[in-house]
Design a protein around this ligand. Structure first.
Ligand code: NAD
Length: 367
């Protein structure tokens, strides 16, 4: 079913990140946000009112709305798959926040359910559709750094418990620095180099417990159930390689994403953002700063891209297949860290060419 016109959208999960989605989606004319649902219906009502969304309530009420074609699933990682399965069972396409699933089996089941229903299971991140990564991809594809060999990426921080008022889930299975932040980096790396063939990793955890730093629960401690420092070497099918650190164990906050080619090293903007400058280093003291070009409309971009892909009858870019491959890579990194042995990655994905520079999720293209 490709349908026609703008698409009715419902949002499940009215927490922290819903503010960014509601801010953006309510101003993107190819979609119409009709409903906000949450287990906490007061929270859903407050977000609906703040963003002029006409209705709010329970998940069942949202799924019963026949004008809603696409449901944006902003729940916590532990229930992403269960909620996405409910959405598919109601005959609607789903966009889920990352991670796609906590482990491969439920991820595979979700992909299979979508395929058999003829529905989409697109998944965040959509930051790679923003100007920063797309400008970098266009430069590399045009030969701007010569043949690319590989990448170095760093994501180091003290961890999100200082600012997130309810951070325990960010240190549980399905999160930690690898599953929470890794999708931005690994999804971008797959855009540059194609699918991953094999991973090597060493993983560790600095502390067994952390303390909530803000909000009404400040001062309470909670257990750390996943590695908080992940060091990995990723081999792509193309034979190119990436070396990456994902860490919540560093007082020094730092992000770095470099692609090295024969003629230049490209410093790519933070893949957890939609924009930023490109730095092109061709030699000692020879660094060119180039602003990124294209849309930097923020979270919700991928929802609009999926809606347009549904209408056009073509695959969406932030696809379930891409998200499953990234999940498979992350799971393989955890397994490689536990076994202290390389792990082969068996899933794969096709990577489309970069978006045109004038692609714009804020334009009205569906009438
Ligand atoms: N907070 C951020 O900065 C951020 C950034 C990018 C991505 N994300 C992702 O967004 C997702 C949500 O994160 P958050 O920070 O907004 O979390 P949150 O805890 O602030 O909000 C989650 C909301 O989902 C609701 N919920 C949970 N289970 C539900 C269910 N079964 N049915 C209906 N509602 C349910 C909760 O009541 C809560 O209101 C996570 O997957 C996270 O990885 C968060």
């Amino acid at each position: 079913m490709t349908g026609s016109g703008r698409a009715g959208v419902g949002i499940i999960g009215a927490g922290n990140i819903s503010t960014q989605y509601l801010t953006n989606l309510t101003t993107m004319p190819d979609v119409e946000v009709r409903f906000v649902a949450d287990l906490d219906t007061d929270r859903a009502a407050a977000q609906a009112e703040a963003y002029g969304v006409p209705a709010s309530g329970t998940v069942a009420e949202l799924l019963a709305d026949e004008e809603i074609e696409v449901v944006v699933n902003l729940t916590v990682p532990a229930v992403h798959v269960a909620v996405a399965q409910e959405i598919l069972a109601a005959g609607k396409h789903t966009w889920s926040e990352k991670p796609f699933a906590l482990e491969r089996e439920s991820g595979r089941e979700l992909l299979a359910a979508a395929q058999s229903a003829g529905l989409r299971v697109a998944t965040a991140p959509d930051t790679f559709l923003g100007a920063g990564i797309q400008s970098s991809l266009r430069l590399v594809a045009a030969g701007g750094i010569g043949p690319a060999h590989g990448a170095l990426t760093l994501m180091q921080s003290p961890g999100p418990e200082s600012w997130h008022p309810n951070p325990a889930f960010l240190f549980d299975v399905g999160a930690g620095p690898l599953f929470d932040i890794g999708p931005y980096y690994l999804t971008a790396l797959v855009q540059f180099f194609g699918p991953v063939a094999r991973v090597h990793a060493v993983t560790s955890k600095a502390r067994a417990e952390r303390v909530i730093g803000s909000g009404p629960l400040a001062g309470q401690s909670f257990p750390v159930n996943v590695p908080t420092h992940v060091s990995t070497l990723v081999e792509f099918e193309s034979s190119q390689t990436a070396q990456s650190i994902f860490s919540f164990d560093s007082r020094l906050g730092r992000t770095q994403f470099e692609i090295t080619g024969d003629d230049a090293t490209l410093t790519v903007p933070d893949p957890n953002t939609f924009s930023g400058d490109l730095l092109i280093t061709t030699g000692r003291d020879a660094v060119e700063t180039r602003p990124s070009e294209g849309s930097a409309a923020g979270r919700g971009t991928g929802v609009v891209e999926m809606v347009r892909a549904i209408r056009a009858g073509v695959p969406e870019r932030a696809s379930g297949e891409l998200a499953f491959h990234v999940l498979d890579v992350m799971q393989s990194i955890i397994e490689a860290g536990e076994a202290r042995e390389p792990v082969d990655v068996t899933s794969t994905v096709e990577v489309p060419p970069p978006l045109d520079v004038d692609w714009d999720p804020t334009a009205a293209t569906l009438t």
